[in-house]
Design a binder for this molecule. Structure first.
Ligand code: SF4
Ligand code: SF4
Length: 90
């Protein structure tokens, strides 16, 4: 039987505070695993992407992750962890 095992991807949001301004992991990921969304909105005003906490990074397509580690290497805040899950004992 063929079983697909996806890596575990952790985002430390205390370290990744301005993802829409940074975007490095989003730009380097070959399979577009990450997405970024607004957390705070002010009516009629552009949300300041440089203010911590206004945007949050998310893992949208974990099943597309090949564990290439490019995002981990490029992150300036050391905010990402990508690990293969421990094999379940047979
Ligand atoms: S590269 Fe790091 S700091 Fe930049 S958006 Fe991605 S997780 Fe956040
Ligand atoms: S390890 Fe590679 S494929 Fe997985 S999220 Fe990071 S850059 Fe994308």
């Amino acid at each position: 039987m063929y079983v697909v095992i996806n890596p575990n991807i952790e985002i430390d949001r205390k370290r990744c505070t301005t993802p829409f301004d940074c975007k490095r992991c989003l730009q380097i990921c070959p399979t577009a695993v990450f997405s970024v969304h607004a957390v705070r909105n002010e009516r009629g005003r552009l949300t300041d992407k440089t203010e911590p906490g206004n945007y949050a990074l998310a893992v949208s397509y974990r099943d597309q992750c090949s564990a290439c580690m490019r995002c981990v290497e490029v992150c300036p805040a050391d905010a990402l962890t990508v690990e293969m899950p421990q094999e379940a004992s047979a």
